[in-house]
Ligand binder design. Structure first.
Ligand SMILES: Nc1nc2c(c(=O)[nH]1)N[C@H]1C(S)=C(S)[C@@H](COP(=O)(O)OP(=O)(O)OC[C@H]3O[C@@H](n4cnc5c(=O)[nH]c(N)nc54)[C@H](O)[C@@H]3O)O[C@H]1N2
Ligand SMILES: Nc1nc2c(c(=O)[nH]1)N[C@H]1C(S)=C(S)[C@@H](COP(=O)(O)OP(=O)(O)OC[C@H]3O[C@@H](n4cnc5c(=O)[nH]c(N)nc54)[C@H](O)[C@@H]3O)O[C@H]1N2
Ligand SMILES: [Mo]
Length: 868
């Protein structure tokens, strides 16, 4: 056994863990995997002689990767994991290999801290019951019947007494039961959604096809860290572009792992100040007449006064704003430098380089847009990108990467799964949000007067104070939230751990009558809930088709039978439906098996000429009979048995194939003949639709062109006296990165991953030393809303004045001191209302000092949350 594993195992032998473990051995038919590492190796060897089978096992969490994960099952026990070996690996046709998290999946599925039984908070009773004990009450094991009866009765009571609007939640079942209030906003892509949609006309904007990235001479990656947050193939694909000759420039407040592996140049920029940097670059380009004027004139509106969209004030053009013609403030590189911290010489060189190197890919991730009034960054980024004319051509592109795994892909979807056949279930209280819409991307039409929802950052205040901001000019509206329905239906929750201001969140959680969750572990939301229903993981369910990048789909299989008393969400919904007087067959008219079959039957692959889609899977009468489903035989490229056995289908690529695509090529060649779906038919540097849509949300306003306005809690706010540069109460800017240990909060409980990625607080060495810190010291980090302690890692990789903490650690709050020792970033980030409801995490300010209490023990040595 490796030292690493040994260490990771040791602490599991704590008494509590051991007890949980023996319980598992006696009550479960299935022996959790990691137990085998404790078992004599001869036993394992003997097991190997039994029937063994590799199955494709889901890796279902929200990192975006969707890599191939395989589990070796012997006698119902998973004894090993591996990743994609369905074909030889090559840069053109790479394997879909999983990461350290995917390969730790079995430690999660079979962890000693898996939820085993339905349970109830000891003092909860319908309507409340010592609500202040949420998060610290005892848990009582209850039967499924009792749990379902309690949940159904309470749901009925709340609906009848207070109405559907007193429930916040999204689930298929609720949609059939009158619906519920939705939380809306943007937790993931920050402010990107609306600017992208209104300025480019497309809800989602892709880059050119992956293989075309190798034609780029320069690739700018603005605020993105693919080596950490796009596991799977993106970094590998980017490396191919580098090998083919592309130069990489990263703009980031840290020398991230991606900077170390890919960058030729690193441009430091303070968080939330990117707009200033971009404006400084625009100034240099305009001053030296380096912008692609032909492209701007033909394909955009709003750059200068001669090319304004209809009805706009000519004075509101971008060029004159940059030059300071009307406001008297030229946005020179020197002006920018004071704000963003980048040397003016570096700004000029960078601007020169992007303006003169063609073709260039100019791409950004989401992090810089997860800032207060983040729209301004998106506006400035697109505008400066368009000033270089790098659109619609090989090796070029100006775009945000649309979710992690798509980074480095772009182009057409080459293979895709079909629908499950489950009919849509519309939430009557929020008709725009269909069932299954992912929480993190909810920016539906804000002018819909029938939509009843609360912005993420206003939810806790709404619960505590009884009013919220309704969109479309409805202003403040009273509300009386009684129930939180955190019963998962395929998406995350964005509560407590994952949404701004955990401390306020806990207060809000302690106000409502009841909180119901289903979960696989006692995650933060479940810890503070009343009734927790144990759910099967995806390893214990009928398979599904997963897609990540556009070239491959993964077809998973059931790996093991449900552990302990875990049940599927669908089973729970059906059982609850019966108790609520609903018809389960109406909610789920088809079985899970049929749903998988439908997605396989509906799977499509692109034709070799890249023009059409044809069925992927061949299905025979015999298959239909064997599966016991409804269906029709069809002809495809691969048999049903084969695709399930293979577990993945990937379209082979070669540089000469016809499957590539240059995004927006036709438009750029002839914009008049091929207008894009914006109001003007062109890219809108000046965009009235953006102004109006943001105004409709009713939170903050935005100018029609990119302007820098100091964000709330940005760099400027770290000073008490900006002019004399005197620092204030919270002198540091905090960035909350996506971290290697986890996919958000998921996997944070896995000790092996805890050890591999300690939850350190990163800070510039000189900053730390000035405060008297030594590397590894436990430090106290404090914001206006909370306190955290963590070991400090002093490093040259952080920009001075900027500190970093990985988001997603499971909060461990000591209520006496108000200190969270786990280092959950949302213990520190205040909830603020901005633009389209984007959570402005990366504009947060903090102070740091030496912690006077006991130094922290490494968290992989902490006790796990084992209940029964
Ligand atoms: N390991 C892991 N991977 C993940 C996830 C995960 O939880 N864990 N989550 C997935 C999901 S859902 C998403 S949305 C994506 C998120 O992907 P990203 O948004 O790309 O990830 P982050 O780590 O937040 O930030 C990327 C880089 O931006 C820099 N940055 C932060 N703020 C600013 C800023 O204001 N300006 C500039 N110029 N740079 C800034 C950070 O230092 C970091 O190096 O990741 C996905 N991948
Ligand atoms: N400060 C800060 N906060 C952030 C971010 C940031 O950059 N900074 N990033 C944000 C981003 S980009 C995103 S996308 C959100 C994500 O926010 P969430 O979607 O809330 O995060 P997850 O941790 O993925 O939540 C998944 C939940 O589902 C449960 N779960 C996992 N598997 C199963 C299962 O099989 N069945 C059931 N029933 N439950 C399961 C887990 O225990 C967990 O409670 O976080 C956001 N939060
Ligand atoms: Mo996300």
């Amino acid at each position: 056994m490796s030292n690493f594993l040994k260490k990771a195992m040791d602490h599991k032998m704590s008494r509590k863990a051991f007890l949980g473990w023996s319980a598992a051995l006696t009550t479960a038919a299935v022996v959790p995997t990691y137990g085998l590492t404790k078992v004599d190796s001869k036993v394992a060897a003997a097991k190997l002689n039994q029937e063994e089978k590799w199955v494709t096992a889901a890796c279902w969490h929200n990192c975006g990767g969707r890599c191939v994960n395989k589990a070796l099952v012997v006698d119902g026990v998973v004894i090993r994991q591996k990743t994609d070996d369905t074909h030889e690996d090559s840069p053109d046709y790479p394997q879909q290999r999983g990461c350290h998290r995917g390969r730790s999946q079995r430690h999660q599925v079979f962890g000693a801290d898996r939820l085993k039984y339905p349970m109830k908070r000891k003092h909860w009773e319908p309507g409340g019951g010592k609500k202040e004990l949420r998060g610290k009450d005892e848990w009582v094991r209850i039967s499924w019947d009792e749990a379902l009866d309690l949940v159904a009765t309470e749901l009925k009571r709340v609906k009848e007494k207070h109405g559907n609007k007193s429930i916040i939640g999204t689930s298929r079942l609720l949609n059939f039961y009158g619906g519920a209030m939705v939380r809306w906003g943007s937790s993931s892509s920050g402010a990107w959604g609306v600017p992208q949609e209104t300025m480019t006309g497309f809800m989602s904007w892709k880059g050119n096809d992956r293989l075309d990235w190798r034609n780029a001479k320069l690739i700018v990656m603005w605020g993105s860290n693919p080596t950490r947050s796009n596991l799977g193939n993106p970094s590998y694909n980017l490396l191919q572009a580098k090998k083919a000759g592309a130069k990489f420039i990263f703009v980031d407040p840290s020398v991230s792992p991606s900077v170390k592996t890919l960058a030729d140049k690193h441009i430091p920029c303070r968080p939330g100040t990117d707009t200033a940097l971009l404006l400084g670059m625009a100034y240099y380009m305009i001053e030296n007449n380096l912008q692609d004027q032909d492209f701007l004139d033909r394909c955009t509106v709003g750059f200068d006064q001669d090319h304004m969209p209809e009805g706009a004030d000519p004075k509101e053009n971008f060029k004159d704003y940059v030059l300071g013609t009307y406001d008297g403030v030229p946005k020179t590189p020197e002006w920018a430098s004071e704000i963003c911290g980048t040397d003016p010489k570096v700004i000029k060189e960078f601007a020169h380089e992007i303006a003169t190197t063609k073709p260039m890919i100019f791409t950004s991730s989401f992090a810089p847009a997860r800032t207060y009034r983040g729209q301004q960054f998106c506006q400035a980024f697109l505008t400066v990108g368009w000033m270089t004319g790098n659109v619609g051509k090989p090796g070029a592109g100006v775009f945000t990467m649309n979710y992690a795994s798509k980074q480095s892909y772009g182009g057409k979807t080459l293979v895709r799964g079909g629908g499950t056949g489950l009919p849509d279930a519309v939430n009557p209280l929020f008709p725009d949000a269909t069932y299954g819409a992912y929480d993190g991307y909810r920016w539906e039409n804000p002018t819909n007067l029938e939509a009843h929802g609360i912005a993420y950052c206003e939810t806790y205040d709404a619960i505590l104070n009884g009013e919220y901001t309704a969109t479309a000019g409805r202003g403040k509206v009273p509300c009386d939230i009684r129930m939180l329905w955190l019963v998962r239906d395929g998406s995350g929750y964005n509560y407590l751990n994952q949404s701004s201001d955990i401390n306020k969140g806990i207060k809000a959680f302690r106000k409502v009558d009841s909180i119901i969750t289903n979960d696989i572990v006692l995650s933060t939301i479940s810890k503070y809930a009343d009734i927790v229903l144990p759910a099967t993981t995806e390893w214990e369910k009928e398979g599904k088709i997963y897609s990540g990048n556009p070239e491959a789909i993964v077809i998973t299989q059931k790996v093991v039978d449900p552990l302990f008393e875990a049940k599927t969400e669908e089973w729970m919904d059906r059982e609850l439906a019966k108790r609520l007087g609903l018809n389960p067959a109406e909610i789920y008219p088809i079985t899970e098996k049929q749903q998988l079959f439908n997605s396989l039957a509906g799977a499509e692959i692109i034709t070799e000429d890249g023009e059409n889609y044809v069925p992927l899977v061949t299905i025979t009468e015999k298959d239909i009979k064997k599966w016991g489903v409804d269906g029709k035989p069809q002809k495809g490229k691969i048999s049903l048995d084969e695709i399930v056995e293979q577990g993945a289908y990937q379209v082979p690529r070669s540089p000469n194939d016809k499957l590539g695509e240059i995004e927006c090529e036709a438009f750029v060649k002839d914009p008049e003949a091929n207008p894009i779906p914006t109001k003007s038919g062109k890219f809108e540097i000046h965009c009235q639709a953006l102004v109006e849509k943001i105004a409709a949300y009713g939170l903050t306003t935005i100018a029609p062109i990119a302007k820098y306005e100091p964000p709330m809690d940005g760099y400027e706010a770290t000073f008490s006296d900006w002019k004399n540069k005197k620092k204030g109460k919270y002198p540091f800017q905090l960035v909350t990165i996506h971290y290697g240990r986890r996919s958000h909060s998921v996997f944070d409980n896995v000790p092996q991953l805890r050890e591999a990625y300690p939850q350190e607080f990163f800070m510039n060495k000189r900053d730390g030393e000035a405060l008297g810190f030594k590397d590894g010291d436990t430090v106290l980090i404090e914001s206006s809303v909370g306190k955290v302690i963590r070991p400090v890692a002093l490093t040259e990789t952080c920009m001075p004045g900027v500190v970093f903490l990985g988001e997603g650690a499971w909060v461990e709050l000591d209520e006496k001191t108000g200190i969270d020792k786990a280092g959950a970033t949302n213990s520190l980030c205040p909830a603020r209302l901005s633009g389209q409801g984007e959570e402005p995490w990366n504009t947060t300010i903090v102070r740091v000092e030496k912690y006077k209490g006991e130094p922290l023990k490494p968290d992989w040595q902490w006790e796990q949350r084992i209940i029964f």
